[in-house]
Design a protein around this ligand. Structure first.
Ligand code: LLP
Length: 425
């Protein structure tokens, strides 16, 4: 049986004429569970994690999966069992970690707008660190901790002002982004934090953006962060860990990001050269752990050739996979069972009533009504950003492990959607 692995997706391959995730035939899953359907490869997620673990071998390091990329419970469970901690940005994410069997003491809490009640819950649960993003947040966290008779462990997220050379919506380390404390205010902020009785300074944090495909921005950011570590410690404030964020890109369309282990061997060389090699390292990767482990299966509903464009209308839409509409992002689209005939050029669009509801533009595909296609690289920021727009239920999800497949989320019903609403009178 011939095997054809798709570029950048080693666990997604054609066996014969049928697309598989690991050993499971995707058309069987589509038939069993319906479409749109997300399918994830456990092996792909674990091998992405292993690349980081190889890079950190012999070091004191903790991978905290940035679960905003995909927060489905079974995926959190997989990473928790593999030793991961979690980077969270809301109280809801903390409850998901705990429900999936994750450890609170491996959780770090990022984000510019933590509420008092979220702080209280995270302190009570005993998380590892709050990544604080402003002076005002420091003051509130100090008050909350004192009222509970606790000390909150904190890092300050610094904004190293480097250009991550990515889409402007997902760049976070520039001066005009809302994230982090400006480089020049960092030392004063650390001094203020270390004088607050409700806080215990434990680290420093940065995150410069997402879908970063070059190593230069990382190397620059590391230099700047280490300069700050030197200045903070010279002022008598010691830092136990350095959190270097996430952001490593994946291959969507021929992108060639550095491999996690290769990138980290260069970054660790910088730490070694400056005498910080034994410091605890934390990282917050999201997309690079799950992005290329997932596909979204969808059925061709109608073909609508036209004078200017040919439209292929499928049953997945911008509510399932919002990245093209939001960022003009590219996801490869491939048939589950190629027909081998002549391709035509199609705009692949969903049923939602918006011109922005497109999934792929000008794709050469040989399609017929009823065919099944897969949108690739759909493991990150698809299901976690899905909505009920147009009162569409969110898709079902399946996790594959070898020859086994597990339904990890049922398709949302209309009753599920209306559960919290009521009529007046
Ligand atoms: N840490 C922090 C503080 C973050 O803000 C993020 C992502 C991460 C870690 C994880 O970054 P990653 O390794 O996944 O690149 N919805 C967008 C991406 C938004 C990323 C926001 N922050 C997309 O679909 O491309």
């Amino acid at each position: 049986m011939s095997e054809q692995i798709l570029p950048g997706q080693p666990h997604i391959a054609y066996h014969g004429n049928q697309l598989h995730v690991e050993q499971v035939r995707l058309s069987d899953l589509a038939r069993q569970y319906g479409t749109p359907l997300f399918v994830y490869s456990s092996a792909a997620m674990l091998s992405a994690l292993a690349a980081y673990q190889r890079g950190f071998s012999g070091r004191n390091a903790q991978v905290c999966y940035a679960m905003k990329a995909n927060s489905s419970l079974a995926i959190l469970q997989l990473f928790a069992r593999a030793g991961c901690g979690f980077d969270i940005v809301s109280g809801g994410e903390l409850e998901r970690v705990l429900a999936a069997g994750g450890q609170a003491d491996k959780v770090i809490f990022s984000g510019v707008g933590k509420t008092r009640s979220e702080m209280q819950r995270a302190l009570a649960a005993g998380i590892a660190c709050f990544n604080v993003e402003s002076q005002a947040e420091l003051e509130v966290l100090n008050q909350v901790a004192l009222a509970m008779g606790r000390q909150a462990p904190v890092s300050i997220r610094v904004n190293p002002d480097v250009d991550a050379q990515t889409h402007p919506y997902i760049s976070t380390g520039l001066k005009d982004n809302k994230f982090g404390i400006a480089h020049e205010q960092t030392l004063a902020t650390y001094q203020r934090a270390s004088s607050m009785p409700g806080l215990k300074v434990v680290g420093i944090d940065c995150h410069i953006g997402s879908q970063i495909t070059q190593e230069a921005p990382y190397l620059d950011a590391m230099d700047r962060v280490l300069d700050l570590v030197g200045a903070i410690e010279a002022a008598g404030i010691s830092l136990t860990h350095i959190d270097f964020g996430g952001g490593l890109g994946i291959n969507y369309n021929g992108d060639t990001p550095p491999a996690a282990d290769a990138l980290w061997s260069k970054l660790l060389a910088k730490l070694d050269a400056r005498g910080y090699g034994q410091r605890q390292i934390m990282i917050e990767p999201g997309r690079s752990l799950v992005g290329n482990a997932g596909v979204c299966l969808t059925e061709v509903l109608y073909l609508k050739p036209g004078p200017l464009k040919n439209f292929c209308i499928v049953d997945a839409a911008m509510n399932d996979l919002p990245r093209p509409a939001m960022y003009e992002a590219f996801h490869q689209i491939v048939p589950l069972s190629p027909r081998g005939g002549k391709s035509q050029v199609w705009d692949v669009v969903g049923p939602v009533c918006e011109s922005g509801d497109w999934l792929g533009r000008e794709r050469a595909l040989d399609l017929a009504t009823g065919d099944l296609v897969a949108l690739l690289s759909a493991g990150a920021y698809c299901m976690s950003m899905a909505s009920n727009y147009n009162s569409r239920g969110r898709a079902a999800e399946v996790l594959v492990n070898g020859e086994q497949s597990y339904l990890i989320r049922q398709r949302e019903t209309v009753a599920d959607q209306m559960r919290h609403e009521q009529l007046v009178g």
